[in-house]
Structure formats: structure tokens, C-alpha cells
Design a protein around this ligand. Structure first.
Ligand SMILES: [Zn+2]
Length: 424
């Protein structure tokens, strides 16, 4: 739905979007909707003139002024002097509108085996704080994770207070599937099954008013990589990442949100079947993509298992990459084959959700030169007749998960900026 006029006069004639009958009955909903559109424009473009906003929304100047006054009253936006006319030495400097850089904050927390890492990001994309805590996870037990997260929340509340900002959400990422009810279903890495981590974190002292969510780490990374793409961003994007530490993960982004399906377990692209009688996967199935392009599979095919035992798996993967760059035949063959297998998996996904972009993360990003030909060849029966798929390397690397978790936590602000009360 596009911009909807709050009072039909004036703006109505300019609006091409259809009016939603239920929304039309509720002025607050309309206002929230229109404020959200302005906030999303500022999120996506950084700063804009009032004229830019009028032209993009089709609203008259008075309506734009009114919406900006509302957002300004909540201390969400501010005026800044633009450089355009001033730099050319004529006329008055342009006044631009931008988000207040430290008003709305989200805390992103990544849980790993020995460490919990946290970052505080603002809705304007500013990183305000980063911190980490060592944790001890016994297999299958949450250990002191909940207390570590609660401590990081308290720290973030302090950062928000220092800036006169609001901490709007805490989003925690974990490896493995997480249900819509925030229940960690099965974390192979930690041995957590059906763990109610949110309840544990609340019990450790996080106030009930702060929205607290647990999501899958690859899904978070997918969302960050989606926002890192140039405008206009793809309607449906696939993300596949692979790393020594966490194996193969993935995510689907649709309409700017993580698509997790009916119960929350969607987007696990690493477990798409590429051979129904194939290699066993740790998930319990056979022939998952993960069993062919995961770190152990690649190191085995590249005959680097001994190297991994002597020097560690990361060193072995670095060696694989070095051999690839030198053009050594075995390494190149392994990478080309990985591209074929990944492409076959993505063809199945193409038929279900018709993505326009595939973003590669982790070590797959650095292998794109060798794996993209296979991906495109496998997709060709679809992409040549229907529509192409752009294959890109992720832009954010290891940072993607935390950036995406913060983005996810701030999405409600951009749907309804009135959740931030007027500033006193
Ligand atoms: Zn699997």
C-alpha cells in the first residue's frame, strides 16, 4: 500500500494507491502508515529534501511538513544543512532531513561456543557500542549465557540513556533453527534442544518491556546483506553462507523481512536435498547441500584432511583458497563441482520462491569466481526461459549477523514510528 491521504482534500487526487477500507476508518493507522513510509525513505537514502519526499510520496507540501513535524516531535528526524547549492556558491544552502542518528537503538547479541558478542546499532545505521563476554557452555546446557546477555542489555540501556535514546529491542542470534515462539529447536553446535532462552534471559533480569527475540544467525546475516544491496533491493533474495565454525547456513529475504515460514524453520538452504540417496548430513537426512559444500566436504575432496589435522581446519581452508588462487587443478575442480551442486540446490528453490538475487557469504563469497559458472549453468533451464538470478558476494563478511540482528529489531519502528512517544 502506498501513501494514504489522512484528509482526502488536496492529497487525494495525487495518490495512485488504493485505499484500504479498514485502514481508512482509523486515522491513527493511516498516520502511522504514512510516517513509516517517510522513515523508510530516510533509512534507505540517508538524507532527503522536503521536495524529494513530496515527489516520491505524491503528497502536497503541507502534508509532508505535517508528517515531518510529527517525526521531529518524537525526535526521530532533524534538519541538517545540505552541501548542494552552498558548494556551488549561490543561493541558500539546502535544508535536508535525516534521522536523528542516536535516537532509536537496538542491541544485537551473537552467541558462540565460548563468547557472546554484542553491538548497539541505531536506526540510522550508526554503531554506538560493541562489547563481548566469555561464556562457558556445557554441552546441552545454557551455562551462564543468560546472565551474560542480561549484563549486555544493562550496558546497552546505559548507552541509550547517555545518548537520550531509546533501546527498542534486543535480538539474540544462535546457530540452528529457532521457532516463532523463540524456542531454540535444535542447536547441533551447543547441544541445545527445545531451550527457552528468552525466558532464561528474562529471569536473569531483563525487563519485560524490552522486546527480546532469538533468531537464527544466518537469517540475521541474510537480512543485513539484503540491506547492503543497492536500491532497488530485490523482492526475494536468497543467502547461502558457509564457514569453518558453523558449516552451511542460509536465509530467505522477502519484502525486506526474514522469511521463516509457518513455524519459523524456513530458510535453511544448507539442507536442501541435492541427492536423495546421498551423503548423510548431521541433521539426520541424506544428500543435503551442506554435506557437499560444507567445510569438511570441501577439505576431504581437496585432500586437505591431513593438513586440517596438523594445522587446524581454518589453516587447511586457507591452504585450499591459496591453491584455488594459484589455479591448482584439484582445488579448481573441487570449487567448480561445489558450484554445480549449489546451483542444483538453488534450482529447486527457484521453482518454489523465484528469487531474483543469490548472495554468497562466508568462504563461498571468496569462491564466487569459481562457483558462479556452475550455479548459472544449473539455473540456466529456468533463468534462460523465465528470469535471471544475479549472483553476488556478500558485502559485510563476519559483521553481517550482528548488523542484521539490529536491523531486524528495528523493523517495527519503520512500520509504525508512533511506537516512539513524543519527546518531552
Ligand atoms: Zn541436512
Amino acid at each position: 500500500m502506498g501513501i494514504v491521504p489522512e484528509s482526502g482534500r488536496g492529497a487525494a487526487a495525487r495518490v495512485g494507491a488504493h485505499l484500504d477500507a479498514s485502514a481508512a476508518a482509523d486515522p491513527h493507522t493511516l498516520r502511522a502508515h504514512n510516517l513509516g513510509i517517510v522513515m523508510r525513505m530516510l533509512r534507505d537514502h540517508g538524507s532527503l529534501t522536503r521536495k524529494d519526499i513530496e515527489q516520491s510520496t505524491g503528497l502536497v507540501a503541507a502534508s509532508v511538513t505535517n508528517l515531518l513535524a510529527d517525526l521531529s516531535g518524537r525526535r526521530l528526524v532533524r534538519d541538517v544543512r545540505g552541501g548542494g547549492a552552498e558548494a556551488r556558491g549561490r543561493g541558500r544552502p539546502r535544508v535536508m532531513v535525516e534521522q536523528v542518528p542516536d535516537r532509536c537503538l537496538a542491541l544485537a547479541v551473537r552467541i558462540e561456543r565460548t563468547r557472546v558478542t554484542a553491538e548497539v546499532h541505531s536506526s540510522a545505521g550508526v554503531l554506538l557500542d560493541s562489547a563481548s563476554r566469555s561464556v562457558t557452555l556445557a554441552w546441552g546446557q545454557p551455562g551462564d549465557v543468560a546472565h551474560a546477555v542480561a549484563g549486555l542489555v544493562a550496558r546497552a540501556e546505559g548507552i541509550a540513556a547517555d545518548h537520550g535514546g531509546l533501546l527498542l529491542a534486543c535480538v539474540v542470534t544462535v546457530p540452528g533453527p529457532v521457532s516463532h515462539e523463540n524456542r531454540i529447536a535444535d542447536s547441533v553446535e551447543f547441544g541445545w534442544g527445545h531451550l527457552e532462552l528468552v525466558e532464561l534471559i528474562r529471569a536473569a533480569g531483563v525487563p519485560s518491556e524490552l522486546p527480546l527475540e532469538v533468531i537464527n544467525d544466518s537469517n540475521a546475516a541474510a537480512l543485513a546483506e539484503h540491506f547492503a544491496l543497492p536500491l532497488p533491493r530485490p523482492g526475494v533474495m536468497l543467502y547461502v553462507e558457509a564457514s569453518i565454525a558453523a558449516g552451511v547456513g542460509g536465509g530467505v529475504i522477502a519484502d525486506g523481512r526474514i522469511l521463516t515460514g509457518g513455524r519459523g524453520f524456513g530458510g535453511e538452504l544448507g539442507h536442501v536435498t541435492v541427492d536423495w540417496r546421498g551423503r548423510p548430513c548431521h541433521c539426520g537426512a541424506n544428500g543435503c547441500l551442506s554435506a557437499y559444500i560444507g567445510p569438511d566436504a570441501l577439505l576431504t575432496s581437496a585432500r586437505l584432511v591431513d593438513h586440517a589435522q596438523l594445522a587446524g581446519r581454518q589453516a587447511a581452508m586457507d591452504e585450499f583458497r591459496a591453491r584455488l588462487t594459484r589455479g591448482e587443478k584439484r582445488a579448481v575442480d573441487v570449487a567448480l563441482r561445489a558450484g554445480d551442486i549449489l546451483g542444483a540446490g538453488m534450482r529447486s528453490v527457484y521453482d518454489v520462491i523465484n528469487p531474483t538475487t543469490l548472495v554468497l557469504g562466508g568462504y563461498l563469497a571468496g569462491m564466487r569466481r569459481w562457483i558462479e559458472p556452475g550455479i548459472q549453468m544449473q539455473l540456466a533451464p529456468r533463468t534462460e526461459k523465465l528470469a535471471p538470478v544475479a549472483v553476488e558476494s556478500g558485502r559485510l563478511g563476519r559483521r553481517a549477523g550482528l548488523v542484521g540482528a539490529a536491523r531486524h529489531g528495528l523493523l517495527p519502528l519503520f512500520d509504525d514510528p508512533t511506537l516512539v512517544p513524543p519527546a518531552s
